[in-house]
Every structure is written in structure tokens, then in C-alpha cells.
Unconditional design. Structure first.
Length: 426
């Protein structure tokens, strides 16, 4: 093999932290301080005349607040600086049309997180096959689950290192999200076949060569029953609560249990996506997907006037919330994984791929007999088969005849429309 050129790869790695109760409360306190700092900053920003809203002024205000308010001192100085940076970036994103204006962060509705912006503060070492140790500023040296080889110790150099981290708390506890940079040999071009992928309605992923990737329900029957019971309990307790009254400790506990089950389902879904996209990236050289917008994706569960969605009620709950995020993440994973294997991900603008016949190329009314079955109504053709498979073949066909979506480099991302027009879905 020839010595290829090296390319820099940046990625995130998330690991579960094993914290003692004391360490958990320290991390919690830091996250609350970070959120309070954000809110103080936001109040300050709105109060200041426009010409005085500068990074330098905000920095002075933050330093002052850290001197005046005792509880802010639990937050490491670097983390406080990171709050300021994120806040200013949030305004930039707003001015450039990528996001809405920053808002105050509510205690229970915002994600608890603390930044550790400097990678060299972390001093990561591996102490066991399954455990690593990391320094968390003002918390101490703690254990985390070691599930991936990280460039630390003698494996670290200027090209391969950890550049920073963020501590994030979800329903399953505190995690550390590491930012990793590595230098890797540019992969040889992937000689594998081309494949079109359709986001199936009857199967999660249908490929143009007939392969399908399916998954079971994310929660076991027992877990589903438990979730239902908890949701009913929460609804009952909520109904008994007088308006304006604080959420009771018992109700909050029920909410936490619900969040834990949902987080478990989400983690299993993400795990399935990782395994599936890795297999696809290893197998195929060129992967073609439909250039879908998220709005269309949410609507597709409901279906269109022509092809009404099936199992709409079933998809409405947990599954819908997962599915809505899933496609975007699948595409992101496919993009970086195909690139790593020397392949490529291509998006095609593909209206009507679910209604066109892949055998004769005609679109005839009524050909989509159901969500699962496609029967061509062209009298000279009459092809019939799986509807998702048909759509995947159409997507590949569009790529082969040269319909490729040009990525809108540097253009502002259009924010999601509030209402979905059903007629344009899929
Ligand atoms: Zn046909």
C-alpha cells in the first residue's frame, strides 16, 4: 500500500462518568452556576445600550459578578469564559440567520452542562480495560467508561489530541463529551457498489439493492407498560395540582423516571443507527439519499392525502420524537462514515420518488396501493413490489442521471417551518 496523505479528523466522543454523590452535587452546582451566569449575562446584555454590548464589557461584567456572588465561584474561571463565548456565539448565529435570539434558561427545562474548554486541563489516563481517569476542574479526579481508544499519554501529539470537553447531564446521569482531533491516512477510494436509500415507512431503511435495515421497538413490552403507567400517574398528579402550585417532589420523581425510560430508548436508537450506518459505509462506495427537509420527515408519518400514513397513533408518541431526529442524524453519520471509508454520500432532490415506477419510469395515479405495496398502473409495465424498495431505486436512478443537490455552502440554514403543508410531503 502506498503512503497516502494525512487528513485531520475532528470528532466527539461521549463517555459516561462514574461520580460519587458528592461529585454529582459539585457538578450540579457548577451547572446551575453556569446557567445563572448565562441569565445574568442575558439580563446585562438587554439592559446595555447597543454600542456597549461588547465582548470586553461583558467580560468585565462577568468578573464583577463572580466577585459579588459567592455561589458563582464554584464555577471554574475557564468554564465561565466558555459561557461568555457561547453566549456571544449565540447572538452571531442569530444575526446570521442560523438560530433564534438567545433566551433566559429555565432551571428545569434547560440541559445541565459545564464546559472544560482546555484539553490539557483534563489529564486523561487509562487505568483499566474499561476505565479511564479524568481531571474535572473544582471536582477532582474521576473515573469514566473507556469505550474507545483516545489519543492520550504517549499516543498524544500535536496532530492527535483531545482539545476540550463538555460535561453534560441527561436523565441517565453525568457524561463527558470529548472533542478529539486525529491525523489519519486518507482512505483509498471505496470500490464498492452504489446504493440509494429510502427512509422507509414500512421499514426504517430500504436500499435500492433490496437490503433492508430494521429494528424492533426501542423499549421491551415491560418497559413500555411501565412508561404508560408512569405517564398516567404523572397526568393524574398534574390534574390534582392547583394552578400556580409548585411541582411536588413526587411528581418530579415520576417525571425523572419517565425521562430515564425515554433516554434509554433514545440511546438504543442511536446505537442501532451507529451499527447500521457503519455497515452501509463499509459495504457501499456511493450512498445516495433523498435531500429531505426535517419538516417533510415529520409529516411523512402522517402521510399525504394520496397515501395516508399507517399506524399514525403508534408513531405519535415516543417513536415520532425519535424518528423526527433520526433521519438527520443518520445522514450525518453516513456522511462522515462514508468519507472515512473512502466513499461518498450524495443527496438528490427527489420529489415523487415514492410514486414513480422504477421499472418503466412512469408516474401513474393510484400506483401506490398501500404504504407497503407498489403496483404500476402503466398497462405496458405492471411491475409490482415493495414500495420502499421502489423509492430507493428511484433515488439511485436520479443520481445516475445526474441529479445531484449542490450543497448550499455558507448559506444560512432556513429555520423549520411551523406548519407543515401535507401536499408537499415526500
Ligand atoms: Zn411501471
Amino acid at each position: 500500500m502506498s503512503q497516502g496523505t494525512l487528513v485531520t479528523r475532528q470528532f466527539g466522543h461521549r463517555a459516561r462518568l462514574a461520580l460519587s454523590p458528592t461529585e454529582v452535587s459539585k457538578a450540579d452546582a457548577q451547572a446551575h452556576a453556569a446557567r445563572t451566569l448565562w441569565n445574568l449575562l442575558h439580563a446585562w446584555w438587554q439592559m446595555m445600550p447597543k454600542d456597549q454590548r461588547t465582548l470586553a464589557h461583558a467580560d468585565t461584567a462577568i468578573r464583577q459578578a463572580r466577585q459579588d456572588l459567592d455561589f458563582l465561584t464554584v464555577l471554574p474561571a475557564q468554564a465561565a469564559q466558555a459561557v461568555l463565548k457561547t453566549y456571544v456565539q449565540a447572538w452571531k448565529n442569530c444575526w446570521e440567520g442560523r438560530a433564534a435570539a438567545p433566551k433566559f434558561k429555565a432551571r428545569f427545562r434547560s440541559v445541565m452542562s459545564v464546559d472544560v474548554p482546555q484539553g490539557r486541563d483534563l489529564h486523561i489516563t487509562r487505568v483499566h480495560r474499561r476505565w479511564g481517569m479524568v481531571n474535572l476542574p473544582k471536582i477532582g479526579r474521576v473515573k469514566f467508561r473507556w469505550t474507545k481508544d483516545l489519543p492520550v499519554g504517549k499516543h498524544a501529539d500535536t496532530g492527535n489530541r483531545i482539545t476540550g470537553a463538555r460535561l453534560v447531564r441527561d436523565a441517565l446521569g453525568w457524561h463527558i463529551a470529548l472533542r478529539v482531533t486525529t491525523l489519519e491516512a486518507e482512505p483509498e477510494p471505496h470500490p464498492g457498489p452504489e446504493a440509494g436509500i429510502d427512509v422507509g415507512v414500512t421499514v426504517p431503511l430500504a436500499l435500492s439493492d433490496g437490503t433492508t435495515y430494521e429494528h424492533g421497538p426501542w423499549l421491551t413490552e415491560q418497559e413500555q407498560a411501565k412508561l404508560l403507567r408512569l405517564e398516567q400517574r404523572a397526568a393524574r398528579r398534574k390534574a390534582h395540582r392547583k394552578s400556580g402550585e409548585r411541582t411536588s417532589r413526587r411528581l418530579r420523581r415520576t417525571y425523572d423516571q419517565i425521562a430515564q425510560l425515554r433516554a434509554k430508548a433514545k440511546r438504543r436508537a442511536a446505537d442501532w443507527q451507529h451499527r447500521t450506518t457503519t455497515t452501509i459505509a463499509r459495504t457501499y462506495g456511493t450512498v445516495v439519499v433523498e435531500a429531505l427537509t426535517v419538516t417533510n420527515m415529520v409529516a411523512s408519518a402522517r402521510g399525504t392525502a394520496e397515501v395516508p400514513g399507517r399506524n399514525v397513533a403508534q408513531k405519535a408518541g415516543l417513536n415520532r420524537s425519535i424518528a423526527a431526529e433520526a433521519w438527520g442524524r443518520t445522514v450525518t453519520m453516513l456522511a462522515y462514515k462514508t468519507a472515512r471509508h473512502g466513499g461518498a454520500l450524495v443527496k438528490v432532490p427527489a420529489p415523487g420518488t415514492s410514486r414513480r415506477c422504477s421499472a418503466c419510469g412512469r408516474t401513474t395515479p393510484g400506483s401506490r396501493e398501500s404504504q407497503a405495496v407498489f403496483v404500476c398502473k402503466n398497462p405496458d409495465c405492471g411491475w409490482s413490489g415493495n414500495a420502499d424498495h421502489n423509492a430507493a431505486q428511484n433515488i439511485l436512478h436520479l443520481y445516475r442521471i445526474g441529479h445531484v443537490a449542490i450543497p448550499a455552502a455558507g448559506r444560512a440554514v432556513v429555520r423549520r417551518a411551523r406548519r407543515v403543508k401535507l401536499a408537499t410531503a415526500r
